[in-house]
Design a protein around this ligand. Structure first.
Ligand SMILES: Cc1cc2nc3c(=O)[nH]c(=O)nc-3n(C[C@H](O)[C@H](O)[C@H](O)COP(=O)(O)O)c2cc1C
Length: 389
């Protein structure tokens, strides 16, 4: 079973993750992993920290000569700012607990409940771990998963379809998104919308406020049958939703037309099924986003996630001091003004992990050759039943 854990604080020495279950003999390209990390750091509306960080992975185990060994892969991402934070954050030295103490807890963050639950007087002990800095680890994990799936031509794309009130209702071709998205500083493939979005971000920034939005993730070249209807915890849509909802600030996940299903008649929701010699079993539409009964249908997966506005406001909200209980304005930790573009990169890589997990579960194999053999035999059997890629 593919699994991973992450560890590390936002201003600690490093972020560490261990990814267990990647088969052997997969060639890894470190530049591609670092490229994903740099996409996460970009995007209009991000704060000063992104200029300090230039994330790079350091693989500490599970890989030899650029090829996976089949054991757990340990991934380190150093925090470049640690030099300035050693005296506050060092794990095994006497540190200065006062200078960076946070007691004016920020609404919308883990600060208040974290202090109550773990019995801290300093929300720094909470925010260092609850911070979305952790998503760098998840991007690195997903980037490795993408490299496994590349061997089977499974490909991923993501883009921003809404920030604040500026929204795009078009459904673009996968290749169009893939080719255009990196030209945009807000990861938006619609140039008119991009301008509106930038204006909107600038406006709220001046007001000391923040914005959220919606990102769309697409997965192409899938096979039918990843996931299963036979048990609740084997359904791929359920697992995708769980992993995506666990990303800091994600408040909604929809698959295909999502919430639209509630107001549409069945004839405008289901994807009718056709067969012809040339193309095999096909759908005329993909409203259900490539998943039926907890299983991939082989059509593109289409997922949208709603991100709430960044909770740290430069126009701070009313809150309390968690120790004196007096009213105060919430603390300001150096912060983004809008992180929706970065969030789309995080979501894409989180989806890559889940798809890879289900792919490995279905196809099975300790090494790349076994995976290819099993994959081809499954494709052949599907072909005999009328399904063509
Ligand atoms: C890529 C990304 C960057 C983020 N950057 C910030 C930030 O700079 N400042 C901030 O207050 N919250 C930021 N957040 C959101 C918070 O981490 C998140 O709202 C908080 O941890 C509480 O979690 P919850 O919103 O899931 O309840 C970011 C989230 C993501 C996904």
């Amino acid at each position: 079973m593919l699994r991973y854990l992450t560890s590390g604080e936002s201003h600690g020495q490093s972020l560490i993750s261990i990814l267990d279950g990647i088969p052997s003999n997969i060639e890894l390209n470190i530049d591609e992993i670092n490229h994903e990390l740099s996409k996460r750091q970009g995007g209009y509306g991000r704060g000063g920290r992104m200029k300090i960080e230039k994330d790079k992975v350091n693989l500490l185990g599970g890989v030899r000569g650029k090829v996976t060994l089949g054991g757990p892969i340990s991934i380190e991402i150093k925090n470049k700012d640690y030099g300035n934070w050693t005296r506050y954050m060092a794990p095994m030295e006497n540190v200065d607990f006062e200078t960076k103490k946070v007691s004016n807890v920020r609404p919308g963050h883990a600060d208040l409940v974290g202090c109550l639950k773990y019995d801290f007087e300093d929300a720094r002990n909470v925010l260092e771990r609850s911070s979305a800095r952790e998503t760098a680890s998840r991007v690195a994990v997903g980037a490795i998963c993408k490299q496994v799936l590349k061997n089977f031509e499974i490909d991923f794309a993501s883009h921003v379809i809404q920030i604040g009130s500026s929204k795009d209702n078009n459904l673009y071709e996968f290749e169009y998104i893939k080719n255009k998205v990196e030209d945009s500083e807000v990861r938006c493939v619609n140039k008119d919308l991009e301008k509106e979005i930038i204006k909107e971000i600038d406006k709220v920034k001046k007001e000391g406020d923040t914005l959220g939005g919606i990102v769309e993730i697409r997965v192409k070249n899938l096979i039918p049958g990843l996931g299963s209807y036979t048990q609740f915890d084997k359904k791929i849509d359920a697992e995708l939703a769980m992993h995506l909802m666990s990303i800091q600030a994600i408040k909604g996940v929809e698959i295909g037309i999502g919430f639209e299903v509630a107001k549409s008649p069945g004839s405008l929701v289901m994807d009718e099924i056709y067969y012809n010699e040339e193309n095999g079993i096909k759908r005329s539409t993909n409203r259900l986003g490539g998943i039926e009964g907890g299983m991939t249908t082989g059509e593109e997966i289409i997922i949208r996630c709603a991100m709430k506005p960044i909770p740290t406001l430069y126009k701070p909200l009313n809150s309390i001091d968690v120790n004196s209980l007096e009213s105060y304005q919430a603390s300001i930790e150096r912060s983004d003004n809008c992180a929706v573009p970065a969030c789309s990169v995080v979501c894409e890589n989180v989806v890559a992990f889940v798809v890879c997990k289900y792919f490995l579960d279905k196809i099975g194999g300790d090494n790349l050759e076994d995976l290819k053999t099993n994959y081809n035999s499954y494709l052949k059997r599907l072909g005999d039943r009328g399904w063509k890629r």
